[in-house]
Design a protein around this ligand. Structure first.
Ligand code: SME
Length: 151
């Protein structure tokens, strides 16, 4: 499914106030993973700014050991401090990378801002090499802004 066509689905999940926030985030992860062929693991991490750690709150895909990631470590930890999207076409080319599964070839992490503050991020792993384009970045930025409205 094209990313544009996913927008109404994502919006309806976000607007469903009968579900908890974590449940809505989990549903978004599931919809993304099931709808986009090259999204193989999708998760939301949120920051504890005092401890300088990221915490996995919701995900779809294989369980990961990396539920807590220090700021600065791995792709996720780097985005916690850079406040910028990080697109990794080939994870093997990254020194500061935390491997979750040997099948992962590429990764995209897009920060999530609430009132201008970087409070978390969406992290997507792919078993396809170099699959992410500007279209993914634009879509995920839009989605994170929508998610921020319920946080
Ligand atoms: N690969 C990430 C760690 C999280 S897993 O992909 C679920 C990183 O380097 O930060």
């Amino acid at each position: 499914m094209s990313l544009i066509n996913l927008k109404p689905k994502v919006t309806s999940i976000i607007k469903d106030s009968s579900e908890s926030t974590v449940s809505r985030l989990t549903k978004i992860c599931e919809v993304l993973k099931d709808s986009v062929a090259y999204y193989d693991w999708v998760g939301f991490y949120f920051a504890n700014h005092e401890a300088r750690t990221l915490h996995l709150q919701a995900y779809a895909g294989e369980a990961t050991d990396h539920t807590v990631i220090p700021f600065g470590k791995g792709i996720c930890g780097q985005v916690a401090v850079s406040n910028e999207n990080f697109v990794v076409p080939d994870v093997k080319a990254q020194d500061n990378y935390i491997a979750c599964s040997i099948s992962v070839k590429a990764e995209i992490v897009v920060p999530l801002f609430k009132d201008g503050k970087n409070i978390g991020q969406i992290d997507i792993d792919s078993s396809t090499k170099d699959p992410f384009t500007k279209e993914d970045e634009v879509f995920l930025e839009w989605m994170n802004a929508e998610v921020a409205s319920i946080l």
